[in-house]
Design a protein around this ligand. Structure first.
Ligand code: GLV
Length: 326
């Protein structure tokens, strides 16, 4: 029997990749950088399965280019805003993702960013590396206390709730804005449900945990920065376009807020030379919140599980468009 044809758009951790290679006639994109959209369009022609990453745009045109035999798109990420799931559903293509496994790893990292920003860790490290450390300084790099402060969560899904669990260990008051979640659920994980305006104006730290949708794109922009305390630290481990980067630059430069710690940016990657990179009060890391060895390994095996099920026509264990199953 002919093996199913699969295109894999980047080298993923070996545990998952080895299993994927056994599942079919696999073409692996070996470059460090992702294939361009045009290259992807060519590579998917005739594929039964596609393994992709959040750096790949997977739209209706691409699905049509692949052909009617395309049965499954298996993405190594929990977020899938890069995939047109509606177009996939219309074509009967199952879309897989990797929820759950990265919740705690990402929450750990959101808290790492929060702490690093509050206590100016990146600035301190730079100060030492650049040879400025001459003595103990009584006012040197004074930051903000985390313990006992107020955390504002925007979004209270799995990762937001996991951040709340960490915050409760720091005796933080937790405010939460999530119009899609019942107040009872928010109260049950130790937070107070309130409006976005209240979260922004009362919090010492604001951490974003919403998916990227039409509604959440640029939901934090110039007017939201004006609502925030001038001592506020913004943490973003969700998706870059949730924050208006240009407005953030001005808010940080003009002292409307104190600090931003970002795992994600818009655009991504943030171009070298972007003015935001000149700011000492902005810490940016390259979208690594889920990047622990254990988590990325587990994500890769979930990708293989989804691909295997999809190629056999079975229900995906971790499906982003369950509506295809009626
Ligand atoms: C990473 O950002 C993911 O969605 O898994």
């Amino acid at each position: 029997m002919e093996k199913p044809k699969v295109f894999v758009s980047r080298r993923i951790p070996v545990d998952g990749l080895d299993r994927i290679i056994e599942l079919g006639d696999v073409e692996l994109w070996e470059e460090d950088l992702e294939p361009s959209y045009d290259v992807l369009l060519e590579k998917v022609v005739g594929a039964d399965g596609l393994v992709c990453l959040l750096t790949d745009r997977i739209d209706d045109q691409l699905m049509d280019a692949a052909g009617d035999q395309l049965r499954v798109i298996s993405q190594m990420a929990v977020g899938f805003d890069n995939i047109d799931t509606k177009a996939a559903t219309e074509r009967g293509i199952a879309v897989g993702h990797t929820p759950g496994v990265l919740t705690d790893t990402t929450a750990d990292f959101a808290f790492t960013l929060l702490m690093a920003a509050a206590r100016r860790v990146a600035e301190g490290a730079r100060y030492v590396q650049e040879g400025h450390w001459k003595t103990w300084g009584p006012t040197l790099l004074m930051g903000y206390d985390v313990y006992g402060s107020t955390l504002g969560l925007v979004g209270s899904g799995r990762i937001g709730q996991a951040v709340a669990r960490r915050a409760s260990g720091f005796n933080m008051r937790i405010l939460c804005y999530d119009p899609f979640v019942d107040e009872d659920v928010i109260t049950a994980f130790g937070a107070e449900s309130t409006s976005l305006e209240n979260v922004l104006s009362e919090s010492d730290f604001v951490s974003l945990h919403v998916p990227l949708t039409r509604e959440t794109r640029h939901m934090i922009g110039a007017s939201q920065f004006r609502d925030m305390k001038s001592t506020c630290v913004l943490v973003n481990t969700s998706r870059g376009p949730v924050v208006d980067t240009e407005a953030l630059y001005h808010a940080l430069k003009d002292g409307e807020i104190a600090y931003a710690a970002l795992d994600v940016t818009e655009p991504e990657p943030i171009p070298f030379g972007d003015p935001i990179l000149t700011l000492d009060n902005c810490l940016i890391v390259p979208h690594i919140a889920s990047s622990s060895i254990a988590t990325r390994t587990q994500m890769s095996t979930m990708v293989a599980d989804n691909l295997a099920a999809g190629l056999k026509g079975e229900v995906l264990p971790y499906c982003a468009n369950p509506e295809i199953y009626g």
